[in-house]
Design a protein around this ligand. Sequence first.
Ligand SMILES: NC(=O)c1ccc[n+]([C@@H]2O[C@H](COP(=O)([O-])OP(=O)(O)OC[C@H]3O[C@@H](n4cnc5c(N)ncnc54)[C@H](O)[C@@H]3O)[C@@H](O)[C@H]2O)c1
Length: 353
Amino acid sequence: MDYSIFKGRRILVTGSTGFKGSWLCTWLLHLGAEVSGFALAPAADAPLFDQLNLRNRIDQHDGDIRDLDTVRAMMSATQPEIIFHLAAQPLVRYSYDEPKETFDTNVSGAVNLLEAVRENEGVKALVFVTSDKAYRNKEWIWGYRENDELGGHDPYSASKAAAELVFASYQDSFFKNRQGFAAASVRAGNVIGGGDMSLDRIVPDCIRAMKNGDEIVLRNPNSTRPWQHVLEPLSGYMAVAAKLLTDPDETIGAWNFGPDAENVRTVEELTKTAIDIWGNGSLRIERDENQPHEANLLMLISDKAKSLLGWRVHWDFTAAVTNTVQWYKRVDAGEDPIKVTDEQLDTFVGDAK
Ligand SMILES: NC(=O)c1ccc[n+]([C@@H]2O[C@H](COP(=O)([O-])OP(=O)(O)OC[C@H]3O[C@@H](n4cnc5c(N)ncnc54)[C@H](O)[C@@H]3O)[C@@H](O)[C@H]2O)c1
């Protein structure tokens, strides 16, 4: 895909200090964009932003999206043409502990961002990131299309479905007739990739255990997830942003970015593959019937992105897991995280040609 349209553009990434945000900022820098970031300062369990020295490579604004004045001030300071909105409380299990924080960040925070977009005529394109979990999970075997029903059981999923409704309301009420502006929401599933250290995510949990010589304990080994490398949906988000600029009428709406059906694997399969690539590690299965409800199967159908954007998955399950675990392994062995990330990005872009 040709992303040369981003060269020299002022681009804002909210959630810049997070896992996906750090990879996205890195990619946009490679493309010659002028990148600004907005997010909370990186948490102790989110080292990637600092590992990639992004504070010195982008125009970073630390702030809380729950505060409208802060968002307004950041928008005036950064004057973006293109926005990727990723800032969120993204963890399902944490959302059971902190539902209000989750809704405040993911729904009210999104309202604040949309307000600031409404007030800033210089913004030309907005890519609004939600999740595959925004779909009402029917726990059926079929995948979900962009026009399927939204909804959510746990607070995180509900917050992302609610964010979609808020986004659609701003689109219909304020953005539809705004000249020179277009927006789309993007929905992807679980992503893996180097540098994520979030709690309660399977790959970071495996890496922590393997580094410490601990057993990897799986609660739901048979849960299937549509695994994909973080660069896959990011390439989709960027394709949407590019098309919002060149072909806005065809691009507004929602877009799914999920892996192909062969990449839908169990948590156990992912863990065993990660152990193989890391070189050592052990696994214990400990079923706990008292776990909070977590959705079982959720698969996205990405036909729309494939036919209208020419988007494709470039790394299959094995390539995605291999690149992910290799990233941690190489950095653990003392290699420069920027070099490892740049090399993986170049390989991905090469494979995508
Ligand atoms: N990682 C996944 O598997 C996955 C899957 C589907 C959707 N998503 C979505 O992608 C986006 C990025 O996820 P991620 O995995 O990078 O998460 P992450 O936790 O690594 O990053 C979240 C980012 O949001 C910022 N943020 C959180 N609360 C904030 C607040 N109150 N004010 C300002 N910034 C705040 C954090 O500082 C961080 O920069 C999220 O919207 C998430 O819901 C992620």
